[in-house]
Design a protein around this ligand. Structure first.
Ligand code: ATP
Length: 470
């Protein structure tokens, strides 16, 4: 039986395409296409997703155009029928751009008919992509001091010449609130300024993981991977969040390799250096060390003063020098805390109509910073947690799956990771004799629940208050 005309035509197209692309490209991008009909010199083909359509139009427009010319002749057109909802078999029709209207090209096999060779079209316009960068986190607002000088200059070098320096990947690590996100963003913003055509993307490891999990659920993992493989500068924040999630790590590994091999820039941030990251595959850890591992250290008192002055100045405020000195000398962990204190001082002075003076600053700083930093032990944590949840200490170490016991156990593991120097395997050993991936899972669960569940967050705050009182 003769094949319908659209099938026969598309098969002829495939024969030409197969000769002009790698087998893997053919299998990924052309084999899944289904020819639907041929009418008015227009061949309608069905593609599995919007992303698929955009990718074909962006990457293979020349090939498609010349192939159509050879098989159908001048003026032949493509129309895409895009699956938008597989479960409901919903589709939309999208016209191919003029760029894929058939014209010939002489380097496509087999030999093309002899007609005038048209001008090669311009390179396809790059699909706009929201880089998700925070416009406030620039190099200009990132204050330099000894603790961040090296990282900052490496970051600037990367921003001037993405993927052209040896700093690829650039792995920035440091404690919470020392400016990792700010610096990584600054690189992205500078690159967009210098090279607007580059596809820059900032994504937190948490969001990457959610997107990946969704793609698995929706059976669109190929689209997910293909999308990430189109990025020129990929910034992943808080990469330590990948600890213990093997499938996400695997997928990221392939994306990392593809981007690195194709001369794209990777920027990763983490609260720990690669050597201390637990629950991460060795092959990833090795790659993290390929380029530059740069630490953002705790800001020195001088840097803290500079950051404060800058922030106060930018907010159009004026704080007496002794207030700035007092804050800088007493709030020494994170820049985020410094910013919080400036905001509190402002709020107090406005609401109570009080002058900003040393007395006000001292009262506010004391509420935020514990003057004598108490050492918190696992025993302190277990006592606070069991008191709060009104459970027996031995229940924490049991196999019980009762809701409040599980929550108490998760809290204890999270707080031990936050307040003690113990490694996750040690924490697991001390709390219920569990392994380190259970601890990592507990920490993630707590972090996530605190973000999405108000009452869970209130429990956590209450336990921490109890912990500091004891
Ligand atoms: N050197 C700096 N100059 C100006 N602002 C800074 C500097 N370092 C940090 N900040 C500010 O401190 C706040 C916290 O910084 P950031 O979010 O980048 O920290 P982080 O290291 O990524 O923390 P986390 O690990 O908790 O995500 C931000 O508002 C940032 O702008």
């Amino acid at each position: 039986m003769n094949k319908p005309v659209h099938v026969a035509l598309w098969n002829d197209c495939l024969n030409i395409i197969r000769d002009n692309v790698a087998e893997s490209t053919y299998n990924t991008w052309f084999a899944p296409i289904i020819p639907l009909k041929f009418e008015d010199k227009t061949l309608v083909i069905q593609v599995p997703s919007q992303f698929f359509y955009e990718f074909l139009e962006e990457k293979f427009v020349d090939l498609l155009r010349h192939t159509l010319y050879q098989v159908i002749g001048e003026g032949a057109k493509l129309m895409y029928n895009v699956m938008v909802d597989r479960s409901a078999s919903a589709t939309v029709n999208l016209e191919a751009s003029n760029r894929s209207t058939a014209v010939r090209k002489n380097n496509i096999s087999p030999a093309a008919p002899r007609t005038r060779i048209p001008q090669a079209p311009q390179a396809p316009a790059i699909q706009e992509l929201d880089p998700r960068l925070n416009p406030d986190y620039t190099f200009e607002t990132f204050i330099e001091g000894n603790s961040n000088k090296l990282s900052r200059s490496v970051a600037e070098a990367v921003a001037e010449n993405p993927a052209k320096t040896v700093f690829n990947p650039l792995f920035i690590h440091g404690n919470s609130g020392v400016g990792k996100t700010h610096l990584a963003n600054a690189i992205g913003l500078r690159i967009k300024e210098r090279y607007p055509e580059k596809r820059v993307l900032y994504v937190s490891a948490h969001l990457f993981q959610i997107q990946y999990t969704d793609s698995v659920r929706n059976n669109t993992t190929n689209d997910f991977i293909n999308f990430y493989q189109t990025i020129d500068v990929l910034i992943i924040d808080d990469i330590q969040e990948f600890a213990g999630v093997v499938k996400t790590q695997n997928t990221f590994f392939h994306i990392f390799n593809h981007l690195h091999q194709n001369g794209k820039q990777l920027i990763l941030t983490s609260d720990l250096p690669p050597v201390l990251l637990q629950g991460m595959e060795d092959r990833l850890l090795t790659r993290f060390k390929w380029g530059m591992v740069a630490e953002l250290e705790r800001p020195s008192v001088e840097l803290r003063k500079d950051i404060l002055r800058n922030k106060i100045h930018r907010d159009g405020l004026d704080f007496p020098t002794e207030v700035i000195t007092y804050i800088a000398e007493n709030v020494d962990d994170s820049v985020r805390d410094l910013e919080g204190i400036v905001i509190s001082i402002m709020a107090h002075s406005t609401i109570y109509n009080k002058e900003i003076d040393l007395d006000l600053a001292q009262r506010i700083v004391k509420k935020v910073v514990r003057s004598e930093k108490k050492v918190i032990t696992i025993d302190n944590i277990l006592t606070a947690v069991t008191d709060y949840f009104k459970i027996e200490p031995k229940q924490i170490h049991s196999r019980s799956r009762k809701r409040e016991v599980v929550q108490a156990r998760h809290f204890a593991m999270f707080l031990a990771k936050k307040y003690t120097e113990y490694s996750t395997p040690k924490i697991g050993k001390f709390i219920g004799n569990r392994n380190h991936s259970t601890v990592l899972h507990a920490c993630k669960t707590v972090k996530h629940q605190c973000e999405v569940d108000k009452s869970y967050r209130a429990d956590m705050e209450a336990v921490q208050e109890l912990l500091h009182k004891k």
